[in-house]
Design a protein around this ligand. Structure first.
Ligand code: MRU
Length: 363
């Protein structure tokens, strides 16, 4: 299994995603600032992986903090992590989980020792990693039935082992169907500007022996129009309470094209990606990244000097374009608002294994 991120004797080790697929290089972060730099420079990326990195970075910061300043340092380190990337809610979810654990430890005994708190924070970060891998496997188990033997699946960006603690969300569902013996063909959008599809998804599929073909983002509609796509399967960075979904820029265009061509579009994401405090997609903050990512291609400027570019890293797909959301607790169908609420309280229907709609009915 690809080891995206791990804890190794007081350091955070991660595969450096900036140099894939050409090089498999590991980055060792010995301070929390190293982890922040890794997130900001996209050495690690993908919503769940960013959350795990932040949790480990916070544990690392606490470990290196002097006993007298531990509390003050803890909260300021959490604040620094919360300023790294604004869209993926998993980051804020992981920070909240670390804060809850910290407060629980501090509150447990008045004479609590700093060493015990540090140990508890490391434990919590490792649990977030393990829970994420387990959630991905569950998503795979639920989602694989939506895929038929022989299907061609279009995916965007990288929602694989590299974007998570391991196994992946959208690619986890593909892995599970493949492990079951289904013959699949994956159309991989290259995903400009940072090419997470071409560099990372294609690399994961190739390693796994899953047939994959790379296409440019602008080819997707034509493949759907020619009947060459059975389903679209993507991950998510933040899902609002009504099911509107923020994901890598270009997902919205795919979703509109999918609806036009009657191709189902599934989002695979853990419950940690669902932000029930944000009512609709309009409330999701969209990260604006530097223009050089668009103006340059592998370091070479591709546009005339003096020209400027825009670089929103994500877009929001309104819930009406989404067929269903695959989570570790089951598949959420429409109406998303009510069914998202139900899945959080563990409604009877989901406990009894309610089956998803697998065919797409245009509204
Ligand atoms: O900018 P990135 O590479 O962090 O964006 C990642 C995505 O948009 C993924 O599709 C999303 O995080 C789902 S990952 C399981």
């Amino acid at each position: 299994m690809i080891k995206t991120i791990s804890w190794n004797e007081g350091a955070v080790v991660m595969i450096d995603q900036r140099v894939l697929p050409h090089e498999e290089r590991y980055l060792t972060c010995r301070t929390y600032q190293d982890v922040i730099a890794a997130i900001n420079t996209m050495a690690i990326r993908g919503a769940p992986a960013v959350g795990i990195a932040a949790a480990m970075g916070i544990a690392l910061g606490a470990l290196n903090s002097p006993e007298k300043k531990m509390k003050e340092d803890f909260y300021s380190i959490c604040d620094e992590f919360s300023r790294t990337r604004p869209t993926a809610v998993n980051l804020f979810w992981a920070i909240d989980r670390m804060k809850s654990r910290f407060e629980k430890e501090i509150a447990s005994t008045p004479s609590v020792k700093a060493d015990a708190v540090k140990k508890a924070l490391t434990e919590e970060a490792l649990r977030i990693l393990e829970d994420d891998i387990e959630a991905n496997r569950q998503m795979g188990a639920h989602g694989k039935d939506l895929i038929q033997d022989g299907d061609t699946i279009l995916t965007h960006c990288n929602a694989g082992a590299l974007a998570t603690g391991g196994y992946g969300t959208a690619l986890g569902v593909i892995r599970a169907a493949h492990e079951e013996g289904k013959k699949l063909h994956i159309l991989v959008d290259e995903t400009r500007p940072l090419l997470q599809g071409a560099r990372l998804t294609a690399w994961e599929m190739h390693r796994e022996g899953i047939a994959a073909t790379l296409i440019t983002d602008s080819m997707a509609g034509s493949f759907m129009q020619r009947g060459m796509v059975n389903l679209v399967l993507v991950g998510a960075d933040r899902i609002a309470a009504n099911g509107d979904t923020a994901n890598k820029i270009g997902t919205y265009s795919l979703a509109v094209l999918a609806k036009e061509n009657r191709v189902p579009l599934y989002v695979a994401a853990p419950l940690a990606t669902i932000d029930r405090r944000t009512r609709t997609g309009r409330g999701i903050p969209i990260e604006e990244r530097g223009e050089d990512e668009v103006l340059r291609f592998y370091g070479t400027r591709i546009a005339p000097q003096g020209l400027h570019a825009c670089n929103p890293a994500f877009d929001v797909t309104p819930n009406r374009y989404i067929t269903a959301i695959i989570t570790e607790k089951g598949i959420i169908t429409k109406p998303f608002g009510r069914n998202i609420k139900d899945i959080f309280v563990g409604s009877a229907a989901y406990r009894q294994g309610a089956r998803p709609k697998t065919s797409y009915k245009p509204e």
